[in-house]
Design a protein around this ligand. Structure first.
Ligand code: ADP
Ligand code: MG
Length: 189
């Protein structure tokens, strides 16, 4: 099964000691994939470098190993796909395709602001998958800032309402692993 993960970042390779704020029991429970069976969501929040994408991929790998269909897209890739589909009058077909994967990982919400049209496309995707199939989402922005990211607070509220109805949110507050590596190499002093 092809999920096109950007890197093979496994749960086994994740150093929980470096990020003590993460409850490893919660992650271990997610790795058992009951949330996938139930079509529930997982949201990883936190600043850059704390392991959001790593953990999202790690859960995706577990799901692939369990035989689930998994798709990984950055938010940017998703929106490009949906915009193109919309322009080509194929939105319904593409939204349908995007509901097949039992797990859809959407990486990096918040780095690029969305237009209203994009927020509305994203809303349609979330609605399609709601209570049917899982989303794993990562964001560098807290929920309070999603209105700004989506350019529309009403839309953001509607999206969050569905997204969080059945969801586990993991708020990572620790230090960037990337910076730690640099510091170790003496690059940051
Ligand atoms: P984020 O998505 O939160 O910006 P990433 O998940 O991309 O951060 O992590 C940045 C890099 O550091 C990746 O190469 C990732 O594998 C690694 N990394 C982050 N946290 C850990 C950790 N606790 N243990 C091992 N590697 C980590
Ligand atoms: Mg990331």
């Amino acid at each position: 099964r092809q999920a096109r993960f950007p890197a093979p970042q496994t749960l086994e390779a994740f150093d929980f000691d470096f990020q003590p704020g993460i409850d490893r029991k919660v992650i271990r429970e997610l790795a058992a994939l009951a949330f996938v069976e139930r079509g529930e969501n997982v949201v990883f929040l936190g600043p850059p470098g704390v392991g959001k994408t790593h953990l999202a991929i790690a859960l995706g790998i577990k799901a692939v190993e369990a035989g689930h269909r998994v798709l990984f897209l950055t938010l940017d890739e998703l929106l490009t796909r949906l915009r193109k589909a919309s322009a080509e009058q194929r939105l319904d077909k593409v939204l349908q395709q995007l509901t097949y994967p039992k797990v859809l990982i959407l990486d990096e919400l918040g780095y690029l602001p969305m237009s209203r049209a994009e927020a509305s496309l994203f809303f349609r995707l979330v609605t399609r998958r709601y209570e049917r199939a899982s989303l794993i989402l990562t964001s560098n922005k807290g929920f309070a800032d999603w209105g700004e990211v989506l350019g529309d607070t009403v839309m953001a509220t509607a999206i969050l309402d569905r997204l969080l109805h059945h969801a586990t949110t993991i708020n990572i507050k620790g230090e960037s692993y990337r910076l730690k590596e640099k510091r170790k190499a003496g690059l940051l002093g």
